[in-house]
Design a protein around this ligand. Sequence first.
Ligand code: C5P
Length: 304
Amino acid sequence: MSVTASAPAKINLALIVGPRRTDGFHDLATIYQAVSMWDEVTVEQSSAGSGLHLTISGPESFGVPATDANLAAKAARAVAALADRPADFHITIKKDIPVAGGMAGGSADAAAALVATDRLLATNLTKTELTALAASLGSDVPFALLGGTAIGSGRGEVVAPTLARGELHWVVALADEGLSTPDVFATLDDMRSDAVIPPPVVPTALANALVSGDVTAIAAALHNDMQTAAVSLRPSLQRTLAAGMDAGALASVVSGSGPTSLFLARDADHATDITVRLSGAGVCRTVRRVMGPVVGARLVSDNT
Ligand code: C5P
């Protein structure tokens, strides 16, 4: 018996970071969008007492832990514990989302594993129960379940769908090496140590631009508070961001804690042009085209 589920990568169209909280997290105001880059997680029931084993495959598998530290393993264990069943599973993760890239790849795996294990064990968790489990696994996991375009608050785990007209076409530049999210947050704290940081608020201009679907206004309003910290840890990002603008992008922005860079295109053809030009510039490992919004975690196949 096995079940396969997929979950999308996320980008942040706006990411406003508040002060560091006493629990070490930061309050955020963000607009998430799920984009057409998916990881797939298969959870297969193994024989009693065999325990939990992981296989990682796919183009972005390098550096993904095949241990209990893996978020998909934690997710499957959490559902098994709720169902009062042993976690005798073989989990296969097909990675298309870069590791430590600011696109919530690990969170996508956790969300897909939650959905797959829930079906495999016929736990029938409600949306509220799944979302609570997701939040306990990581700040971006509830959004990976939800998908679409959504406002995130709290530490990112409180999500609410928001209106966004039409499709957006993005070009994504993947870097050679990832960045650690806690390191980027710590660098941001150091850079702002003297400043009084106001509570984070989603930019109204961006929310309005999304409602009207005006891509030029969306381009003008993209913003990421973590970008300066990511660039200071990885100065070569400046060159990648500039190369995307030279390639004709409407706007550039770092995705989440980086180092993936995002470029907004007018439409699908424009995204292809930017992809071709940026690929030739030699400023990143790979260039990909994606569109958003797409749906959140969903079942792909059910062999129960
Ligand atoms: O929630 P998640 O496990 O993805 O967070 C990874 C790390 O990123 C946290 O341990 C914390 O250091 C940092 N973080 C933060 N504020 C957030 C989200 C994450 O400081 N809102």
